[in-house]
Ligand binder design. Structure first.
Ligand SMILES: *Cc1c(COP(=O)(O)O)cnc(C)c1O
Length: 397
């Protein structure tokens, strides 16, 4: 795949900061997923809307035939608006409100991923009042270490998410006696930005054990949902923009003992959208300190909070007049790249080697498509950064 070029002539006419979505990269990513699944009718991918609920991206993902994984009533509405069929929507979250549950029941979504017994009882009660039977899957906490950041690991034993393994059978038995819920599956999600397939192998082994235990107790489920979490290459986003989908799906194909009548569901978020998004910003000032040299940008943690929130790092490029990314050279200098927000954590990079920077230079912060625009805030009374798309900017250049 050739490296992306940016429509800088158009960028020059726009106020910064803004999000730039390269729809070609998104399409390549969606095709790579479809190819890796090899049209297996037993595999279904739900896009995790929380990674980016931008309506244009959502509608392209819906058109590609994906389902949606939602974690709030607002996300379900966004998914429906974008054209996801309600029968392809799954709904997770530890704190679903009555109002959210009711609207999901009315929309006729495929399945609730239930995270506790009290939630199961409430869904049953609300479904009864509506005269419907709700499909539910139990979210089981498989106690698998995802080897990822502490703030994004979810599958360890002590965690607010999910039902403990030893509570699986009692919860299933509870579901059996409730008349307005039908337990159709088991759901898992072990964390995010997982780069080692080992973690997914461990998840498969755990699911195999749980399924054996389930069948020994006389239960079957039709659906297994393994959540999301596949990582992306934040270090080399331009040369390696497509995540390892083949290795990911092959891991489940080789290690998970899917029963013949079962469907396997995935909930990929980050890996679908991270690399198609770039946060474009201008250098406001270069400040020469006594020890450090600061590049102060007009984008900050209000536009892209991941560095401040998780200490994560995004690759940053200086854009040249042709829209390419200026390559590193021996005239590079070291910069702390920071935003304008009144918080010390508003730092995108420390000691980053970049070409000589000047006021007005355009920088691209890469891999910003996931957990970027969707997490933006108006802190400091800053306006939200707008979004532009490769098809509209390229068409007029
Ligand atoms: C966040 C989340 C996902 C998506 O995770 P990614 O790491 O973005 O793929 C999937 N399922 C559930 C339940 C989640 O909470």
């Amino acid at each position: 795949m050739s490296q992306i070029t940016f429509p800088v002539n158009r960028f020059q006419q726009l106020d910064t900061p803004f999000y730039y979505y390269d729809l070609y990269t998104l399409q390549q990513t969606l095709s790579a997923i479809s190819e890796a699944i090899q049209k297996d009718p037993h595999y279904q991918v739900h896009y995790a809307v929380k990674a980016n609920a931008n309506p244009r991206l959502l509608s392209l993902i819906a058109k590609a035939g994906f389902g949606a994984d939602c974690v709030s009533g607002g996300e379900i509405q966004a998914a429906l608006n974008a054209g996801f069929p309600s029968k392809k929507i799954v709904y997770a979250g530890v704190g679903k409100s009555d109002k959210e549950i009711l609207s999901a029941l009315r929309a006729g979504i495929f399945c609730f991923n239930v995270e506790s017994v009290p939630e199961l009882e409430v869904i049953n009660q609300l479904a009864a009042a509506q005269g419907v039977v709700a499909n539910v899957a139990l979210r089981i906490n498989p106690n698998v270490d995802a080897h990822t950041h502490a703030k994004i690991t979810t599958g360890l034993a002590e965690n607010k998410f999910g039902i403990a393994m030893e509570d699986m059978l009692p919860t299933l038995q509870r579901a059996d006696v409730l008349t307005n819920v039908r337990c159709v599956g088991l759901h898992f999600h072990i964390g995010s930005q997982i780069e080692q397939m080992d973690s997914f192998v461990h998840l498969c082994e755990r699911i195999n054990e749980l399924q054996d235990c389930l069948e020994a107790a006389g239960h079957n489920v039709e659906h297994i949902n393994v959540g999301g979490g596949l990582g992306v290459d934040y270090v080399h986003p331009l040369t390696n923009p497509i995540p390892q989908f083949r290795a990911y799906f092959d891991t489940f194909r080789s290690h998970l003992h899917l029963r013949p009548q079962q469907t396997l569901h995935f909930e990929l978020g980050r890996s679908v959208v991270a690399q198609c998004g770039h946060l474009i910003s201008r250098v406001l000032y270069v400040k020469e300190g006594h020890i450090k040299r600061f590049a102060i940008l007009d984008a900050g943690m209000t536009d892209l909070v991941r560095p401040a929130m998780y200490g994560s790092r995004h690759a940053i490029s200086l854009l040249d007049k042709q829209g390419g990314c200026v390559a590193a050279s021996d005239t590079n200098l070291h910069y702390d790249v920071v935003g304008p927000i009144c918080e010390s954590s508003d730092v995108f990079a420390t000691d980053l080697s970049l070409p000589l920077l000047h006021r007005g230079d355009l920088l691209a912060l890469h891999s910003a498509g996931a957990y970027g625009e969707v997490m933006a805030s108006t802190y400091n009374c800053r306006p939200l950064a707008p979004a532009y798309y490769s098809d509209e900017l390229n068409a007029e250049s």
